[in-house]
Design a protein around this ligand. Structure first.
Ligand code: ACO
Length: 157
């Protein structure tokens, strides 16, 4: 298994994995915008045949917290791993590479994400393995009315 930075020619494989794994899907322009704008923080896992079996797609936000300072933080838009490649540590490794790059390349102070409150596997990954905590519950965040947990992890050098 090879884990590396995502490239433009990976986008169709990333989008295919997203369509199989999640109801939150995006047009190609959205995927491309992320890789072109923040090329250092999205990663893929590819198998021996070069097939994309997992990805993390992330962005950087500049959030003005007071008149003089902007708190830069990373945001994970989407992560997934194909079913037959799960519980091998791929998502943990993808997340850790993205977090590390958010910190070293952009000096991001924290990373945020949204997750369905019923998504036990992903919540286990974020909370137990990576150390995220719940910052907020966003009611009816998803198209089908499900609530989202808004989660955060402060990044340390
Ligand atoms: N049940 C409980 N805990 C789990 C599960 C599960 N099914 N899967 C992973 N975890 C937790 C465990 O703590 C695990 O550590 P352990 O194996 O030592 O017990 C830890 O996460 C790390 O697991 P990984 O092997 O790194 O995770 P994996 O590569 O299997 O991917 C993922 C996890 C991405 C959630 C996968 O199940 C998946 O693709 N699900 C469908 C898509 C999805 O829900 N994506 C997240 C949506 S939210 C967002 O994108 C911001």
């Amino acid at each position: 298994m090879n884990i590396r930075l995502a490239r433009i020619d990976d986008l169709s494989g990333m989008q295919a994995a997203n369509l199989i794994n999640l109801p939150e899907n995006y047009v190609m322009k959205f995927w491309m915008y992320h890789l072109l704008t923040w090329p250092q923080i999205s990663f893929v896992a590819e198998n021996g045949e070069g097939k994309i079996v997992g990805y993390v797609l992330a962005k950087i936000d500049d959030e003005t917290t007071d008149a003089n300072s902007a708190e830069v933080h990373g945001h994970v838009n989407s992560i997934s791993v194909l079913r037959s490649y799960r519980r091998l540590g791929l998502a943990r490794r993808l997340m850790m590479l993205s977090q590390e790059a958010m910190l070293t390349v952009y000096n991001a102070s924290y990373v945020s994400l949204h997750v369905r409150k019923s998504n036990k596997a992903a919540i286990g990954l974020y909370k137990d393995t990576l150390g995220f905590s719940v910052a907020d519950i966003e009611k009816k965040y998803y198209g089908d009315g499900e609530d989202a947990l808004s989660m955060k992890l402060y990044l340390k050098r």
